[in-house]
Unconditional design. Structure first.
Lengths: 279, 309
């Protein structure tokens, strides 16, 4: 590259803008986490300073852990997210393989039919989904949520995965066929391991909305037994409007697992997004 | 040879088996309920049984002031919500992406990761955290304004009818700016070096290079982002619900179609829930989103120039 693109003032300007925006993006998160470790006086007296020995207090956390059944909600969220993710990836990859590998009548129609769900949000079918779940006795079960999230995640998964499966070399698959492998073995043993990176991308895209969803837990599974973290936090926050320690601690508890996972996986996530999956 | 009958092609069962689970789940949980919702909007519950009323529910929705005022209000607010996203979120996203993609920028990975953090947080966290920050009780917002000497500008934005919707839209922008940033960033990275070098040989650098070379090349991505924003905005519910409750206060000033649907379906305070009216509203949302997607696919996308390298 020529030097024309790298002048000092321009670099400083770019950093200034990016730093400012980074501050805006992180400020609320940091503010909430810092203040969750303070006493009430500390929260209101000096909201912008980090906790000092004088203001440090874990009262909020003890309230939250004593009151809400957060561990249980967390388990529910984990079960729902992991199970939905498993089915989306398995079913999505199978359908994507069928669509990208075989020529059959109605192939492109099927692709279009499955892609319809990318544009039309599943939420609009809520009224009938609730009736369906009531009729089949699945209301207030995690199964209902897993089914809905599997359906919700499939369109995008099929779309992205079939793009990637087209890139798997035909020679490899044909070599497998000549060696007498069945189509199922070719899929599970040859193709799946090769598209693992794109499976990771799809996993992240599918996981975030499921973990964060409030609508379906609120409507399909609001019982104490089946509450997810997001719904539990929402109801908990509503109850403790005046207990700021508890609210800030609950918010921090809800932020931290996602944040830790994100910091661990951000490389894969960003590589996935920028690798052209959604261009 | 001619007498030999052509061997019948074996039925390829595996195709069906590969497709079946996805198609079954998707059809049963997504397509049929969507169709069922559209169908339900044509019925009404009269003395414990569903009676076909044709477009009667829509006549109620648009004709009865109890419904139509709420509907038009929600639609107007939703359009505003979308306009603010288009005017604020996408330009900021493009700007950040352009800065991030500048060659040999240090800490680019750090900025990328940090700016994307709000996007991974749930609406519940975002709504509540901002509610606390903007709350006059806590005083963080006036405190911060005081630093720049603008303390007099502070009002409880979320509690005032004229500001609440704008404040919530900006909170939503804050949360989702990472998505346009990432998609545009990906598009900018995929512009080949040769194109940029050719531009530099012609003396086009810096800002004019962005406007004249890069922007036309990333227009398709901006189109995709616009339609994603559109679908997301007209389907939004969570942020308003967590920050302002199902009543979308103050005085319905932040009511959008998602919260309106929720209230119609489940009822609130004095009004009992009505699945049929809920279905009618969901049908309207369906038509609006479908209309937007069609406008994009047939009017915008076909006119976008695509460049192949």
């Amino acid at each position: 590259m020529s030097t024309a693109t790298r002048s000092l003032p321009r670099t400083i300007g770019a950093h200034a803008i990016l730093l400012t925006y980074t501050a805006i993006a992180l400020f609320p998160v940091i503010l909430v986490i810092l203040n969750s470790f303070k006493s009430r006086a500390g929260i209101f007296g000096a909201p912008l300073t980090p906790p000092t020995p004088g203001t440090f207090d874990l009262i909020g956390y003890t309230t939250v852990i004593g009151q809400g059944d957060f561990i249980h909600y967390f388990q529910n969220s984990l079960v729902v997210t992991v199970a939905s993710l498993f089915f989306v990836l398995l079913f999505g990859a199978m359908a994507a393989f069928a669509l990208s590998e075989y020529r059959f009548r109605g192939n492109s129609m099927m692709g279009l039919y499955l892609a319809l769900g990318i544009m039309i949000p599943i939420r609009l079918g809520t009224v009938a989904i609730l009736q369906l779940m009531v009729a089949s006795g699945l209301v207030n079960t995690l199964t209902a949520l897993i089914l809905v999230y599997t359906a919700q995640g499939l369109p995008l998964a099929v779309f992205i995965l079939s793009e990637f499966m087209k890139q798997v070399s035909d020679d490899l698959k044909n070599a497998g066929r000549i060696d007498g492998l069945s189509e199922y073995t070719i899929f599970f043993r040859l193709v799946l391991p090769l598209v693992r990176p794109s499976m990771a991308t799809v996993a992240v895209f599918t996981m975030i909305p499921i973990w964060n969803d409030l609508w379906f837990p609120l409507i399909l599974a609001p019982s104490e037994e089946t509450k997810t973290v997001t719904l539990g936090a929402q109801l908990f926050l509503g109850q403790f409007v005046t207990n700021w320690n508890a609210i800030l601690a609950a918010l921090s508890l809800a932020i931290m697992p996602v944040l830790i996972l994100y910091v661990i996986f951000s490389r894969q996530l960003i590589r996935g997004i920028t690798s052209g999956a959604v261009k | 040879m001619a007498a030999q009958t052509r061997p019948k092609r074996p039925v390829r069962w595996h195709i069906g088996i590969f497709l079946a689970p996805a198609v079954l789940v998707y059809t049963a949980i997504m397509i049929l309920p969507l169709a069922g919702t559209l169908q339900l909007s044509l019925f009404r519950n009269v003395s414990e049984s569903q009676v076909f009323v044709g477009l009667g529910n829509f006549r109620t929705l648009f004709g009865d002031p109890n419904w139509s005022v709420g509907f038009w209000n929600a639609l107007r607010n939703n359009v505003w919500f979308f306009i603010i996203h288009m005017l604020v979120q996408n330009p900021i996203g493009v700007m950040l992406a352009a800065l991030l993609s500048s060659p040999r920028l240090r800490f680019a990975a750090f900025y990328r990761t940090a700016i994307f953090v709000p996007t991974i947080l749930s609406f519940v966290i975002v709504g509540f955290a901002w509610k606390l920050i903007l709350s006059p009780l806590w005083g963080v917002a006036p405190h911060l304004l005081d630093f720049v000497g603008l303390k007099s500008l502070f009002t409880p934005w979320l509690g005032k009818e004229q500001y609440a919707l704008i404040a919530l839209s900006l909170i939503s922008v804050w949360q989702f700016v990472g998505i346009p940033m990432m998609l545009i960033y990906a598009a900018l990275l995929s512009i080949p070096e040769e194109v940029i070098e050719a531009a530099e040989c012609d003396g086009i650098t810096g800002l004019s290079q962005f406007w004249k070379i890069k922007l036309p090349l990333i227009l398709p991505s901006i189109g995709i982002i616009s339609i994603l924003t559109f679908v997301g905005n007209f389907n939004a519910f969570d942020l308003i619900y967590t920050a302002q409750g199902a009543l979308a206060g103050p005085n319905y000033s932040t009511d959008i179609l998602g919260t309106f649907l929720y209230r119609a379906f489940f009822g609130f305070q004095l009004q009992v829930g009505d699945p049929n009216m809920g279905a009618a509203i969901a049908t309207m949302m369906f038509l609006i989103i479908l209309g937007g997607v069609c406008v994009y696919l047939f009017l915008v996308q076909t006119r976008l120039r695509r460049y192949q390298f």
